[in-house]
Design a protein around this ligand. Structure first.
Ligand SMILES: *Cc1c(COP(=O)(O)O)cnc(C)c1O
Length: 469
């Protein structure tokens, strides 16, 4: 298996090189040159495997023996040893047509742990085995930062710097990131929004001499390894539903921001997983909904919502999908992305739009509809949704209504534990007991540096942090 860039000027990279490169050196995103297809017979064989065993099967198709099987097995076992549930991502039935896949049983109570606990272990392994310096740099809307820090804190040979938008992440998110005592962690709180942070990071990664000099590594979902790790639970959920209900196909409803999680689903589908529709659930930052409805991809005005981890206007993984949509024509991808950079907009023709609409449905969920879903499901099913998950559930309902299909089973992802976003839950006068890991955060000391939204300030901080002996 080799990896190449969506923009055509990087190719033939191995798995470890792909991990380390993060953003491709030509500014594109790395993708496998060939997507391995899994037969129905293989799916049958995989049925009943544990989460860890399934993970090994899927990764074995992508890593070319660059990591010996025994080592990989140990990495996977370590990655999921800190999850609070033996099934890692348990599937909960809500009613006959709807299941919730709980992705929040990792250390930071959001789905990012599923991939980032593994990525942390893998970076640590590569640091030791290849004697690589690993300086992680990332931007977060809240959850990636916490999960990435939790994945690598205290690990030898690794330093991590995370940018988050100042006062635009939830209280728990901020505390999870900033109350960590380990010397290898730096939190920069940027006076701006998430897109500003992500833009700064992209700029730094695009500066190849800076990237090389400081050994910059990515944890954002531009990193293909993270995408692949997230595809595992699509298989895991589907196989359980197939065993239980004999369903031929399922839908997935995915709370979306950077198009990372949903792209993992698209990858799973390309690998042969029988997915009917991928439902993109966004909040009032609904650039993806607009795209699926009209074929115009255009960022709008940034809005703060109850689901801050989805307060994103520029979805960095969108380019990966564009690559497949444009039939792997890298020159076209590069030209579309250039156009987006200069005009802030991409438009596809009707023929392509029809393809998009066959893969996806998309709904931008308003703040009040989000809260309403939380209230309804608590009342009707005694199941408490976090606001991101609620956007997914609300989108599932809209999809059912719009398509008239109330037969196909839908798996809605619970991307965060409700305790993580208690600010929104409290608006409904619902009282929840906070898990001790979260409650105890509120009394710890915080470590962060507040800076202006200016590249120079960040460069200065990084020179000092990564240069430290
Ligand atoms: C990050 C995040 C999302 C969005 O995921 P993407 O991969 O960026 O689309 C949704 N919900 C929660 C709770 C998150 O942390």
């Amino acid at each position: 298996m080799k990896y190449s860039s969506t923009r055509g000027n990087v190719s033939g990279k191995g798995f470890v090189e792909t991990l380390l490169m993060g953003l491709a050196d030509d500014g594109g995103l790395l993708i496998p040159e060939e997507i391995p297809v899994v037969s129905d017979a293989t799916l049958d064989q995989w049925s009943g495997l544990s989460y860890e065993a399934l993970f090994l099967e899927i990764f074995s198709l992508y890593i070319n023996d660059e990591i010996p099987q025994d080592d990989l097995k140990e990495l996977v076992a370590n990655s999921y040893s800190r999850f609070r549930h033996p099934e890692i991502t348990p599937l909960k039935p809500i009613h006959d047509q709807l299941y919730v896949l709980e992705l929040f049983h990792g250390p930071t109570f959001a789905f990012k742990d599923v991939a980032l606990q593994f990525l942390g272990e893998l970076y640590s392994y590569v640091a030791k085995k290849y004697n690589e310096t690993i300086h992680i740099l990332g931007a977060t809307s809240g959850d990636t930062g916490a999960a990435a820090i939790e994945g690598v804190r205290g690990k030898e040979g690794i330093r991590i710097c995370i940018l988050h938008p100042h006062q635009k992440v939830s209280l728990v998110q901020e505390r999870q990131m900033t109350t960590v005592e380990d010397e290898n962690v730096l939190n920069l709180s940027v006076k701006g929004n998430f897109d500003d942070c992500q833009g700064l990071i992209k700029e730094l990664f695009a500066d190849l001499s800076f990237k090389e000099k400081h050994h910059l590594r990515a944890v954002n979902s531009i990193n293909f390894v993270r995408i692949l790790a997230q595809s595992v639970y699509y298989f895991y959920a589907y196989l359980q539903i197939r065993a239980k209900t004999k369903a031929a196909k399922v839908n997935f409803s995915v709370p979306s921001g950077n198009f990372g999680n949903i792209f993992s689903g698209y990858l799973a589908k390309q690998m042969g997983l029988p997915i009917n529709k991928l439902i993109i659930a966004t909040n009032e930052n609904n650039i993806l909904e607009q795209f699926v409805r009209t074929g115009v991809y255009k960022s709008g005005e940034f809005k703060s919502t109850h689901s801050p981890s989805m307060d994103i206007q520029v979805a960095s993984n969108f380019e990966r999908y564009l690559y497949y949509l444009l039939d792997r024509d890298t020159a076209k991808v590069a030209s579309y992305m250039k156009q987006f950079q200069s005009t802030g907009q991409i438009q596809i023709d009707e023929q392509l739009l029809a393809v998009v609409q066959s893969d996806f449905a998309a709904f931008g969920v308003k703040n009040d509809a989000c809260l309403q879903a939380i209230g309804n499901y608590q009342f009707e099913y005694d199941y408490l949704l976090d606001p991101h998950t609620a956007c997914g559930i609300s989108s599932y309902e809209s999809y059912t209504e719009q398509s008239g299909d109330d037969q196909t089973v839908c798996v809605a992802f619970a991307t965060a534990h409700p305790a993580k976003f208690d600010e929104a839950i409290r608006l409904l006068d619902i009282k929840q007991e906070l898990p001790v890991e979260i409650a105890s955060l509120l009394t710890k000391e915080q470590h962060q540096v507040v800076i202006d939204n200016a590249k120079q300030e960040i460069v200065q901080q990084l020179e000092e942090f990564y240069g430290r002996e």
